[in-house]
Design a binder for this molecule. Structure first.
Ligand SMILES: Cc1ncc(COP(=O)(O)O)c(C=O)c1O
Length: 962
């Protein structure tokens, strides 16, 4: 069984969430409405009969859903239904209205006496003092998986209530479900859950036949039904842990507790034997939630703020002293409140801690963050992901190491790679010319590039693959696949996933599977699994490892004996979760961290981290982590819901759809990368059911919470739409635009009213455009149509990375410049000396290129939008790049001075650079010849198939002799 359980993944469907939550809320609204009308109609009125039929229908729909929530609870709901059956409508209406009000306002979390005034509906609160205490105590629910009678369930609920004490930090209620399937549905539906208690022995199948709820179970392994009952508990624990790893799981079993603890102890927080430990279980549940609730650094800062201190140190603003004594700047304290200044200090002792050498609350806060984000270690940063990226690159990359990086990555990577002195091999993302956007880098292209280095004999120098996941526009990689295939070619590669925009992904099972940390954990499990080793051995024997084309066409599997799991992810916590601006984290899942990276990481961290890190940012990271662990799932699910609603409303609105269209997955992920064949994540028939299958299988998926609106049909370009319409007229802020699109990002702070306002604004803009077009003269109309055509149909093709100039390009072991990598650092610093550079304007450049001269950029040239460098230092300016520049109608192009043109290197400077590169390459060859041969990575001493220096060198030499 153990193999079976460790590999079984729950494949529950999440697509119906939206409908279930919405259905519940709509159900209560309609129930109250129909009851209110029916209660005042005469019994023989046909309208009353019609409405009562609807009421019964709603009750039938709500009954199974209410069973998964503690409030109002299955029993109270059952009573309500009985009143309805007995046609006690006034009473039923009053109760339904009160329940609905409490549900909508969510006051049951603090005041479950909300139903009390009815007296007939049970109160769950016992004393006044407890009620008062509850106001300051967060509420949660505990799922109990056990087959119980209604009486037993009531007895258990009463027992839990009796245990409550005014000293408790939290208050919880229980939800009891009788089967394996119900437990999975409850886990996905009920976001109030914080803990699950799985009792020994329970049936598999739910009696619930509601279609919508059953769809949550699409893909659940039916064979579980055949398993002995006592095996189901551990298995259920594993499946719940995959769906919502933040939940605390407890197993109460009657069979050998020691044996089960040894097998599945990791999944469960604690395993109890039979009924022996009720008090322990209650306090374990409280303690478990308390551990996630604790924010060690925030607490330390609050404690510090309360202490009387004398400041003979830096920071006169600390404790508000410099402000309170001032006649002129008191408004600063008035605006922010004194606590901000009471918590400002440069002290690192007295209960506080130092970010540069944490040993106290900051160390703990980072450990908790590692737990929350599934990392082995986490480091906080107070200077944004821009700094995190530079730290990781500097820590892992030595001068001359080769790094594969997507060219449209954030600029911090380009600068980080310059500082590290890396040989940069830029990868091309697939272009989306029609929208002036890039997609992401196909795995085939990454493999091709790696194999290019293998042919050149320099694969051993390839250190890192660095990719943006997800992209600004919401394209998400199949992270696990990319790492598997790359590790098959180069088993010790390090991966840096720039997840600046993807910190929230950890909170939700659909997103989580495509994060660097989750994929790293899965690879580590996989490489330990004997079944994987057998599968890989069979694969390895079936493929010709010398045949590049075969390797490109196959789904490669790395040798588990040689592959290392070395994964880093950087998060702008502040972008998608709760943290003050610049609050970011570096997450590490590197099995070689201690041996190969720790010291260098420490140095890199010191290089880039301020010695005066902002404590408020650090405290906000600590609290943001708490939110992730306690309500992240709910927040992300709601965000997803809102984004879906926004997309649907534009899709359906007759006026909006004339001018606007949210790009869907077919627009941004070409067919070749959609193995699922899914054309759209949403359709009227299946709702969002396709989303999950696409996210499970496709090479690239689209994050629907990033909604790119195509606006070309309005005749306005992205920049004007953003500034003149959205911002100036309606105060709506957005970040990214392309020539004919604007990107709306929803986040955990997005509200239903914000979405409604956006829709309202879009309708107003569409009406304005309508009116403007209607008023146009014939000539004006022709101009407008030409503009629309240009915006919708005539986009300049996006240029690929041309190449580094020979002077900067990497050399093969034989000295040839045949690989993509370039020495960007030398090019960058060469341009510091004006005498190495000259300027050419666009026209001159076009003529020179046509005449065969190679023009080489001395600078990064970055047009906004789209905001990625179309030229980097050392890169050859191609005719395609010039055409793209000429067609761009943007005002802001960094690195290009309209009055002077491109800053390029002089021929003399290029010659000197080429000599320096050749000399360095010769030195590297000599250096390598002097080194002892590399020890093969295979543990049995067998010659490895791929990737060691000696072998790749030999292979490429033999190939070149042919
Ligand atoms: C992909 C990516 N990485 C890194 C960053 C930098 O993040 P920060 O603003 O936290 O420094 C950004 C900023 O927009 C980004 O888009």
């Amino acid at each position: 069984m153990s193999n079976n359980t460790t590999t079984t993944k729950p494949r529950t469907s999440l697509s119906r969430h939206r409908s279930v939550w919405e259905m519940r809320s709509d159900g209560w609204i309609s129930l109250v409405d129909h009851l209110s009308r029916s209660a005042i109609l005469q019994p023989d009125d046909p309208e009353r009969e019609r409405r009562m039929a609807l009421v019964r229908q709603i009750c039938e729909t709500l009954a199974p859903i209410e069973g998964y929530w503690a409030f109002p609870g299955g029993r109270v709901f059952g009573e309500l239904c009985q009143w309805i059956e007995r046609e006690e409508l006034a009473r039923a209406h009053q109760a339904a209205r009160r329940i609905h009000r409490v549900l909508a306002a969510r006051t049951y979390r603090h005041d479950s006496s909300a139903l009390e005034s009815d007296n007939e509906l049970p109160s769950q609160i016992e004393t006044d003092s407890e009620r008062l205490a509850q106001l300051s105590r967060p509420y949660f629910e505990v799922l109990i998986v056990d087959e119980m009678s209604a009486t037993e369930e009531d007895a258990l609920r009463r027992r839990v209530q009796r245990k409550r004490s005014p000293d408790d930090d939290f208050v919880f209620d229980i939800v009891v479900v009788p089967t394996f399937e119900d437990a999975l549905i409850a886990t996905l539906v009920n976001f109030n859950l914080q803990a699950v208690v799985i009792r020994h022995g329970f049936p598999f199948r739910s009696v619930n036949h509601n279609d919508m709820l059953r769809r949550f179970l699409d893909g659940v392994d039916e064979s579980i039904e055949q398993m002995p009952e006592f095996e189901r508990g551990p298995l259920l624990g594993q499946q719940i842990a995959q769906l919502r790893p933040e939940l605390d799981l407890y197993l109460v079993t009657d069979v050998s507790v020691e044996d089960i603890a040894a097998r599945v102890g990791e999944v469960f927080k604690r395993i109890f034997f039979g009924e022996e430990d009720h008090i322990e279980l209650y306090s374990s549940i409280m303690k478990g939630v308390g551990e996630r609730h604790r924010t060690p650094f925030f607490q330390a800062l609050r404690d510090y703020a309360k202490q009387p201190t004398g400041v003979f140190h830096a920071l006169p603003l600390a404790r508000g002293k410099a402000i309170m004594n001032s006649s002129w700047i008191g408004d600063l304290a008035q605006f922010y409140g004194m606590n901000l200044f009471m918590a400002e200090t440069s002290a690192t002792s007295g209960g506080l801690d130092s970010l540069l050498d944490p040993v106290g609350p900051l160390k703990l806060a980072q450990e908790y963050a590692a737990r929350a984000f599934g990392a082995r270690r986490t480091f906080f940063a107070t200077n944004g992901t821009s700094t995190c990226n530079k730290i990781v690159v500097q820590a892992l990359v030595r001068p001359d190491d080769i790094v594969l990086v997507d060219r449209n990555c954030h600029k911090s990577h380009h600068y980080g790679l310059v500082l590290a002195g890396a040989q940069v091999a830029y990868l091309d993302s697939y272009p989306l010319d029609q929208y002036s956007m890039y997609g992401a880098v196909p795995v085939r292209h990454i493999k091709e590039t790696l194999l290019g280095f293998r042919r050149a004999g320099t694969l051993d120098r390839v250190r890192m693959v660095l990719l943006t996941n997800c992209t600004f526009d919401g394209i998400v990689y199949d992270v696990e696949r990319v790492m598997l295939e790359c590790l098959a070619i180069k088993p010790d590669l390090v991966f840096l996933w720039d997840e600046a925009w993807f910190a929230f992904a950890r909170c939700h099972p659909i997103y989580r599977q495509r994060t660097g940390m989750a994929a790293a954990a899965r690879l580590a499990e996989m490489f330990k699994d004997p079944a994987y080793a057998r599968r890989q051995a069979a694969f390895a024997a079936s493929i010709d490892w010398d045949d590049d084309e075969a390797l490109l066409n196959a789904r490669l599997l790395p040798d588990p004996a040689r592959a290392r799991v070395r994964v880093y992810a950087t998060h702008s916590t502040h972008k998608t979760l709760t943290a003050l601006r610049q609050g970011s984290m570096i997450h590490v899942w590197d099995q070689d961290f201690k041996d190969k990276a720790e010291e260098a990481f420490h140095e890199a961290y010191m290089t880039h981290t301020s010695t005066s890190p902002n404590y408020q940012i650090l405290a906000s990271l600590d609290v943001g982590r708490r939110q992730v662990e306690l309500e992240g799932y709910e927040l992300i699910q709601r965000q997803l819901e809102l984004a879906m609603s926004l997309r649907e409303q534009v899709l359906r609105h007759p006026l909006l759809k004339r001018y606007f269209r949210f790009l869907s997955v077919v627009d941004v992920v070409p067919e070749a990368y959609r193995e699922s064949g899914v054309q759209s994540y949403y359709n009227d028939e299946n709702g969002w059911a396709n989303l999950e299958s696409a996210w499970r299988t496709d090479e690239f998926a689209l994050d629907p919470t990033r909604a790119t609106l195509s606006i070309g049909a309005t005749g306005l370009d992205g920049d004007s739409f953003k500034n003149k319409e959205l911002m100036d007229k309606y105060g709506i802020q957005i970040n990214k635009t392309s020539r004919n699109t604007v990107l709306f990002m929803t986040n955990i702070g997005t509200t239903r009213s914000a979405v409604a306002y956006l829709i309202e604004v879009l309708v107003k803009i569409a009406r304005d455009v309508d009116a403007r077009v209607a008023d146009m003269s014939a000539i004006e109309r022709r101009i407008h149509e030409k503009r629309v055509r240009s915006l919708t149909l005539e986009q300049p093709p996006l240029p690929d990375f041309s190449s580094f100039h020979f002077a900067f390009r990497g050399r093969s072991v034989e000295g040839r410049a045949e690989t993509r990598d370039g020495d960007i650092r030398s090019a960058f610093f060469l341009s510091y000396d004006d005498s190495n550079c000259e300027y050419v304007d666009m026209a001159e450049a076009a003529r020179a290129i046509a005449a065969g001269r190679e023009l080489v950029s001395a600078l990064f040239v970055i047009p906004y939008p789209p905001g990625f460098p179309i030229l980097v230092p050392g890169q050859v300016i191609s005719a395609e790049i010039l055409q793209f520049m000429a067609a761009l109608d943007v005002r802001e192009i960094h690195g290009f001075r309209p009055e002077l043109g491109f800053r390029i290197f002089s021929d003399a400077a290029l010659q000197r650079a080429a000599q320096a590169t050749a000399a360095r390459a010769a030195l590297a060859v000599a250096d390598r010849a002097a080194q002892p041969p590399q020890v093969p990575l295979a543990p049995d001493g067998a010659e490895p198939e791929l990737a060691t220096t000696s072998q790749t060198t030999r292979k490429s030499t033999s190939r070149s002799k042919k």
